[in-house]
Design a protein around this ligand. Structure first.
Ligand SMILES: [Zn+2]
Ligand SMILES: [Zn+2]
Length: 139
């Protein structure tokens, strides 16, 4: 995992820094789809002296380099270290964002091909109520 980011950074003429590597590792290992604020709060202990602006810039750089994805929910920007196509479920009650496997991305590719569309970006969001919130509303 570390090798991948080192390779991409070098290929783009960017310096391999501890900050960039740690933020990338954090993003790949979490399933919480954090905002920049969340990443900053979790990572500042590991990277003493790091500023929010740096974290924010690194996150955007990772997206630019194709190492991460970003999307907006309720006007806040979230980051995802998982770059393979997948489904996002957003709970409209607690705001939790979860991943699910896409049944078959090849079908998406096939449909796009039939239409003559070149896919540059793919996202699928389901909005609803998560099992925990459902349980809470019943009790
Ligand atoms: Zn919920
Ligand atoms: Zn995701």
């Amino acid at each position: 995992m570390e090798e991948k980011i080192k390779e991409v950074l070098r290929a783009n003429g960017l310096k391999v820094t501890k900050t960039r590597i740690e933020i990338y590792k954090y993003l790949v290992n979490t399933r919480s789809h954090p905002t920049a604020e969340m990443v900053y709060n979790d990572i500042k202990e590991k990277l003493p002296g790091v500023s929010f602006a740096t974290v924010y810039n690194v996150l955007n750089k990772l997206v630019e380099l194709g190492l991460a994805k970003e999307f907006s929910i309720n006007k806040s920007k979230h980051f995802d270290g998982r770059i393979v196509p997948h489904i996002h479920f957003v709970c409209i009650s607690c705001g939790k964002i979860e991943d699910a496997e896409l049944p078959d991305y090849n079908d998406v590719v096939r449909v796009a091909k039939e239409k003559g569309w070149d896919i540059k970006e793919f996202s699928l969001f389901i909005y609803g109520i998560c099992p925990e919130c459902k349980r809470k509303s019943k009790s």
